[in-house]
Design a protein around this ligand. Structure first.
Ligand SMILES: CC(=O)N[C@H]1[C@@H](OP(=O)(O)OP(=O)(O)OC[C@H]2O[C@@H](n3ccc(=O)[nH]c3=O)[C@H](O)[C@@H]2O)O[C@H](CO)[C@@H](O)[C@@H]1O
Ligand SMILES: C=C(OP(=O)(O)O)C(=O)O
Length: 422
């Protein structure tokens, strides 16, 4: 397993362009199955999860190429609706195949998905939505078979605004007969991007970005060319890293409105932020101030995917902060690792009580999941001395060569890969 070695204590400085969004690209790649022919997607980041999705699509019979951020995907010779178990288990987003396969083949054979260990992550809302559309679902052990001769539009109410369930239902409903309404839908920008892509393919769908999405089923969709939105979580990670290292960074190709909750939090911490169209400048010259209370919640509130990174900033802040995680019950595992670097954090149930310290110290730490790993990299950049971050494959799920990105901002960071035994 690769390791990152960081010599900390240097402020980040410089300019960086932000990669395309993993969480938009993954459902959009799955949605490409809905049309027969060649779809071209631009700004698709080079990530482990994208490689897994492309491998699944190849197993299903697609021809897929990915170079320089452009994916071309030919879906004309799809030959199976059965996703292999070993690929399903490699990430959570494999579940996005269920809606499109059901829609295109009338059948999807999948397994319980894998992914980071951040909570139970049930799929009951995905399955209920598909059942509401008329699918019959058979669950045997970890295998799930969904079948429907015909999907029929209906009124769906999500008990929780699940991002993935909203997206799966949208993809199943676009070619269902009649009108589907998704109530209490998630409102994340990646859902708006999926809607824009589906419209480009010829779907009739409105409401993404609000809590009610309405889909009028169409008979067929056509392939298209589409550009993925910038990754708000990668942008947020860099913004926090700039602030935690007391640096000054300019981010290009962002969508600042997608980051308004983070910008609000950073400004409350005393970080200077200026915005000019799609450019964000972060200046973190002063010691951050503590923030009394941050609670993670569905968009547009503060995102769970930035919770661990912001906790590093608060660990260095002047005063006591509270961070409450309400989305995933197992998403505070970075606290133990940060404590090994000198952070003073106490966890009670789903809340972290963070007493800021003036300095973190380098240590050998383990990335327990994607964003926990990103947080440890930020801690390493801000800390005094050398930090070794292990289990980097988690970070590679969501950041396109994180060390290259940070080197461009002046960080001293290197990746070490084990030498294979022959
Ligand atoms: C690829 C992608 O877009 N991943 C994002 C997506 O994950 P994902 O789509 O998995 O997140 P959800 O919004 O579905 O999950 C939120 C909560 O709902 C629960 N739940 C979800 C579905 C379900 O059927 N039953 C159920 O109980 C989950 O366990 C979790 O506690 O949104 C999360 C919340 O913003 C982000 O952290 C992830 O980065
Ligand atoms: C939890 C995340 O992703 P996924 O849903 O793909 O596991 C994430 O991007 O932080």
């Amino acid at each position: 397993m690769d390791k990152l070695v960081i010599e900390g204590g240097k402020p980040l400085s410089g300019t960086i362009a932000i990669q395309g969004a993993k969480n938009a690209a993954l459902p959009i790649l799955a949605a490409s199955l809905l049309a027969e022919g060649t779809t071209t997607l631009e700004r698709v980041p080079h990530l482990l999860d994208i490689d897994v999705m492309l491998n699944i699509l190849r197993e299903l019979g697609c021809r897929a190429e990915h170079g320089d951020g452009i994916v071309t995907l030919d879906t004309s010779s799809l030959h199976t609706s059965h996703v292999p178990e070993n690929l399903m288990k490699q990430m959570r987003s494999s579940i996005f195949l269920m809606g499109p396969l059901l829609s295109r083949f009338g059948e999807a054979q999948v397994y319980l998905p894998g992914g980071c260990a951040i909570g139970e992550r049930k799929i009951d809302l995905h399955l209920q939505g598909l059942k509401d559309l008329g699918a019959v679902i058979e669950e045997t052990g970890n295998k799930i078979i969904c079948r429907a001769d015909k999907l029929i539009g209906c009124d769906i109410h999500l008990a929780f605004p699940s991002v993935g369930a909203t997206e799966n239902i949208m993809m199943a409903a676009v070619m269902a007969e009649g009108r589907t309404t998704i109530n209490n839908a998630a409102r994340e920008p990646e859902i708006v991007d999926l809607q824009a892509f589906l419209i480009e393919m010829g779907a009739k769908i409105i409401g993404a970005g609000t809590d009610t999405i309405t889909v009028e089923g169409v008979a067929s969709l056509t392939p298209c060319k589409y550009g993925i939105i910038p990754d708000r979580i990668v942008a947020g990670t860099i913004m926090v890293a700039a602030a935690a290292t007391r640096g000054a960074v300019t981010l290009l190709d962002t969508q600042p409105t997608h980051l308004s909750s983070l910008i609000h939090v950073l400004r409350r911490a005393g970080v200077q932020i200026s915005i000019d169209d799609d450019i964000i400048r972060v200046d973190g010259a002063a010691r951050p101030k503590a923030i009394e209370r941050i609670v993670t919640s569905p968009y547009p509130a503060f995102p769970t995917d930035l919770q661990s990174q912001v906790m590093v900033l608060l660990a260095l802040a002047d005063g006591v902060s509270v961070m409450k995680e309400t989305i995933f019950e197992g998403r505070l595992k970075h606290v133990d690792e940060l404590s090994r670097m000198g952070a003073d954090i106490r966890v009670d149930m789903n809340a972290a009580f963070i007493r800021g310290v003036s300095r973190l110290y380098g240590a050998t730490v383990e990335a327990t999941d994607l964003r926990a790993g990103a947080a440890l990299v930020i801690a390493g950049l801000a800390a005094q001395g050398r930090t070794v971050v292990e289990q980097v494959h988690h970070i590679d799920r969501g950041y396109d060569r994180i060390e290259e990105m940070l080197k461009r901002l002046g960080a001293t960071i290197s990746r070490y890969s084990p030498v294979p035994n022959n």
